[in-house]
Write a protein that binds this ligand. Structure first.
Ligand code: ZN
Length: 150
């Protein structure tokens, strides 16, 4: 394992064990439950949008280290971003996990979210890594149905 992979691994474990922005946003404008039955990951996302800016975003839930780390990193990355920016970041993040060309310049552009790039080697875990993002996507669309990756 290269040093960078080892560092990524450590960051995933750290965020998985001590998730950032864990909790419930006060008076959220958007709330959504996301589930990945395949792995047993479950999270409740609460978001506060003012204008088109994400002013607060938190999650609560339980699941594997990858799902928790991804939700933690997502809430950090999207704090203060516009909805359009969040959409772009999700697009790039999703591409990083499904793109087989291993374009590392893209991973660098994603900053800390790049620590999850190793997940692309494990297609089953991609659902764990994208759960929080799909949940946010549905929350912002005001879709009434809970999100399930199945
Ligand atoms: Zn999982």
């Amino acid at each position: 394992m290269s040093d960078i992979r080892e560092l990524y691994q450590q960051m995933i474990i750290d965020h998985g064990r001590h998730p950032r922005n864990f909790g419930h946003v006060e008076k959220p404008t958007h709330t959504k439950l996301g589930q990945n039955p395949l792995c047993g990951d479950e999270l409740l996302l609460t978001v506060k949008i003012k204008g088109d800016i994400i002013t607060a975003i938190k999650f609560q839930g339980k699941g594997c280290a990858i799902s928790m780390a991804s939700a933690s990193l997502m809430t950090e990355a999207l704090q203060g971003k516009t909805i359009a920016e969040a959409g772009k970041i999700f697009g790039a993040f999703h591409q990083m996990l499904t793109n087989e060309t291993n374009d590392d310049s893209q991973v660098e552009r994603l900053g800390k979210l790049g620590v999850l790039s190793g997940v692309r080697a494990f297609p089953v875990r991609v659902k764990c890594a994208t759960l929080a993002w799909h949940t946010l996507d549905a929350a912002l669309k005001d879709d009434d149905q809970p999100v399930s990756t199945e």
